[in-house]
Design a protein around this ligand. Structure first.
Ligand code: NAP
Length: 215
């Protein structure tokens, strides 16, 4: 991990880890991170854009450096938010367990909270070493309004009852915004203003992102 990021996080006791593809980052992600920070009393939230997601074969993912830049410009004004290149610089597919092991070694005294979308978490049992993921971190599933995360999480708890104490839900109304919808809007020349930071909107325009249906 970047030395400056490591230093800025080192003093805390509770570290939120915001894992996602962020293609692109939007206000739903930012509100989810801030809600988790406040509700769980996190010292910092570390955004970690994924490198090569192991499960995504259906569409082209925007180049990692561009996704990273969009996250970086979005969180700059919040001193509790940090971003790391640790996953995008790792070779091969990105596995969450590898990231958590590195962070636990680096910050042995901090409680880790892995925050991601509940609809990503419903696949948790198919991820590499799910039991170990839950041992190393508490999991926070951020859900969209109206999304039935109870039954999805129920399936996980049925298989591994001990996970009940380690996974919690966070309902985030702003997550009605989605990256998929933003990409479709750009492709269909619809407005994306007010769904994400203006700097990101201009960056998308300047770099001609999401113009084709390969996205
Ligand atoms: P995804 O399938 O692109 O996203 C699934 C859903 O969750 C989408 O609705 C997405 O909304 C939402 N979401 C994603 N990240 C979010 C966040 N941080 N906060 C709130 N909502 C979020 O999932 P992904 O982004 O590729 O992966 C999510 C995380 O799980 C990443 O850290 C990834 O590395 C990890 N993961 C690990 C494994 C493994 O270790 N084998 C497998 C899969 C995923 P938006 O589209 O609007 O973001």
């Amino acid at each position: 991990m970047e030395a400056n990021v490591r230093e800025s996080i080192a003093g805390g006791l509770k570290l939120g880890i915001m894992g996602g593809t962020f293609d692109p980052i939007h206000y739903g992600h930012l509100v989810a991170a801030e809600t988790a920070r406040v509700e769980l009393g996190l010292d910092h939230v570390l955004f970690i854009p994924t490198g090569i997601p192991p499960h995504k074969t259906d569409r082209l993912i925007t180049e990692a450096n561009l996704r990273f830049e969009m996250v970086e410009m979005s969180i700059r004004s919040n001193q509790n938010f940090k971003v790391s290149r640790m996953e995008i610089e790792r070779n091969g597919p990105t596995y969450t367990i590898d990231t958590l092991r590195i962070l636990k070694d680096m910050f042995p005294n901090q409680e880790l909270y892995f925050i991601t979308g509940t609809d990503a978490l419903k696949e948790l049992l198919t991820w590499r070493e799910p039991e170990e993921i839950i041992r190393l971190s508490r999991i926070v599933g951020a859900s969209r309004p109206g999304y039935d995360s109870h039954s999805e999480l129920g399936k996980i708890f049925q298989k591994f009852p001990f996970m009940k104490d380690r996974i919690s839900r966070l309902e985030v109304p702003a997550l009605a915004i989605s990256s998929t919808d933003i990409r479709a809007r750009v492709q269909n020349q619809k407005s994306i203003r007010y769904l994400l930071p203006d700097e990101v909107r201009l960056f998308i325009k300047k770099n001609n992102l999401y113009q084709t249906n390969k996205n």
